[in-house]
Ligand binder design. Structure first.
Ligand SMILES: Cc1cc2nc3c(=O)[nH]c(=O)nc-3n(C[C@H](O)[C@H](O)[C@H](O)COP(=O)(O)OP(=O)(O)OC[C@H]3O[C@@H](n4cnc5c(N)ncnc54)[C@H](O)[C@@H]3O)c2cc1C
Length: 470
């Protein structure tokens, strides 16, 4: 932490956003909208847009949107809160859960109507935990398209994104107000920028093994499938400033990355009736608990693992999801007429695999209870030809961070606000429980990123205009 008396500022803006991901760009747009202009800039440590938002499927959950109404679907913020609480269990950010659920419909409609982001309601899958179709995503189901649309909106408003400039420290004044940022360019040059409000949108600490060892030790050595920029600066700076941290042990993992290519094998394959086995041909859990929670089961045992489905599920899934369709087109999903041939080719014990399939088919047909307690089998029993895809688990992003109030203002341990400092997305504490991967519901990452970006940008702009009037 630097003190303003010790630095000379090279430039000044009203609102400085750190990080050009979904949270940062949404915060910049929302601040611009609220202030009807204003002097806003975004600093980004990478040379281009390449945070987790770009890697995601771009799915933002929202309850009570006009898109749901147009599709004849009834939903409410109350139902969304209940779903989030049921999956997450007790944690330290219940107020934020409610705030994000309540603002979710307004957020998605604002993204479409004001920011010009192309979003459509996903009606082919709900993902685990959501009682209603509420994911809104680019038609391609790619986060990169969501981020490109946000970046276009930022460019149309002439808000500069300064690439290749990683913020290295915060600057505070004598009253403890955050009043600027120090940054370093790739060639090592240092600049110091004054700002009346700083919004931290730097994501979490998935790519910082030391912080993982401290807060999420069970995944500190796990493969990491997120963006390299998530190095945990918000936690390090916030801690130095006396900010409170919350839900630090929570994270999102994913059970289903193509092994070895690493691309995402959508969980829709499982939701439509697929199941997961180890090399012995046995299942080892209820897959319907979701990809994040199920990942813990893979991370604690030896692989390889395979997701077993059938050609019907493969083709239905590929119709709606281009990343998976690419895997299929590139022959990444193997097809077999018999389960024995599948076992032989994939190195899975074929006799046991045939037994596992028999039980899964009977459970999906309602003829016997599943020994793992699974009751949802999507499109019913698997039938030949069967498909197999080798998969492994990875950590995607952390869900703990700076404790913020429902407007994104960073809080100290005593609950007071650190003036001038806001946080959102992975930089802030999330709403996915207090520990581990079990509390993560699909969409929690982008809801926190775009939702808190929207709220923090608006709050920062409002605060500055109130200060200007007083
Ligand atoms: C493969 C994958 C799939 C996912 N799918 C989904 C999904 O479908 N739905 C969902 O809700 N969530 C999903 N998530 C999680 C979701 O992507 C994240 O929770 C969300 O994108 C976080 O947004 P953010 O803006 O906080 O971070 P990011 O999008 O990562 O943006 C942070 C930006 O800050 C920059 N930065 C970091 N430190 C600094 C610094 N010191 N100075 C300047 N810039 C800095 C980074 O380089 C980066 O560009 C997925 C994650 C992964 C990895």
């Amino acid at each position: 932490m630097l003190h303003d008396r010790d630095v000379e500022f090279d430039a000044a803006v009203d609102i400085l956003v750190i990080g050009a991901g979904g949270c940062g760009l949404c915060a910049a747009l929302s601040a611009h909208s609220a202030a009807q202009g204003g002097d806003i800039a975004v600093l980004e440590k990478n040379d281009r847009l390449q945070g987790n938002t770009a890697l995601s499927s771009g799915s933002i959950p929202a309850a009570g949107t006009r898109f749901q109404a147009q599709a004849g679907l009834a939903d409410s913020a109350e139902a969304f809160v209940e779903d989030l609480q049921r999956i997450a269990g007790v944690h330290q950010m219940p107020g934020l859960t409610r705030r994000l659920a309540e603002v979710s419909a307004e957020l998605v409609e604002w993204l479409v109507d004001v920011a010009g982001v192309n979003l459509t309601l996903v009606e082919t899958y709900k993902h685990i935990g959501h009682r209603q179709y509420r994911l809104h995503s680019p038609p391609s189901r790619r986060g990169a398209d969501l981020l490109d649309d946000l970046a276009d909106a930022v460019a149309r408003r002439n808000i500069p994104i300064v690439f290749g400039n990683g913020a290295t420290d915060l600057v505070v004044d004598e009253r403890g107000r955050v009043c600027g940022v120090q940054a370093r360019t790739r060639d090592g040059a240092c600049t110091t920028l004054a700002a009346r409000a700083v919004i931290l949108a730097t994501n979490g600490f998935g790519n910082n093994r030391e912080l993982l060892r401290e807060f999420c030790p069970e995944v500190a050595a796990a493969p990491y499938g997120g963006a390299t920029g998530s190095e945990g600066e918000a936690v390090l700076w916030g801690r130095e400033l006396g900010a409170d941290l919350a839900n630090m042990g929570a994270y999102q993992a994913h059970a289903s990355l193509a092994d070895p290519h690493g691309s995402l094998v959508t969980w829709t394959v499982v939701e439509k009736g697929g199941f997961i086995v180890d090399a012995s041909g046995r299942r080892f859990g209820d897959e319907s608990q979701g990809y994040s929670s199920f990942a813990a089961l893979e991370l604690e045992r030896a692989g390889p693992f395979h997701v077993i489905a059938d050609a019907r599920i493969r083709d239905l899934t590929a119709q709606g999801q281009s990343e998976y369709a690419e895997l299929v087109a590139n022959k990444g999903v193997l097809e077999f007429d018999t389960i024995q041939a599948l076992g032989d080719r994939c190195g899975i014990e074929p006799v046991q695999l045939a037994r596992t399939l028999g039980h899964a088919v009977a459970a999906a047909a309602g003829e016997e209870a599943d020994s793992w307690g699974r009751s949802q089998w999507g499109g019913g029993p698997l039938r030949p030809p069967y498909t197999a895809m080798r998969i492994s688990a990875a950590l995607f992003h952390t869900q703990g961070g700076l404790r913020v109030d429902p407007e994104g203002r960073v809080l100290r341990k005593d609950g007071s606000i650190i003036p001038g400092l806001y946080a959102g997305g992975g930089a802030a504490a999330g709403i996915s429980g207090a520990r581990g991967s079990q509390g993560y519901m699909s969409g929690n990452g982008l809801l926190s990123a775009l939702g808190l970006g929207y709220l923090a940008g608006r709050c920062a702009a409002g605060q500055l205009s109130r200060e200007a009037c007083s």
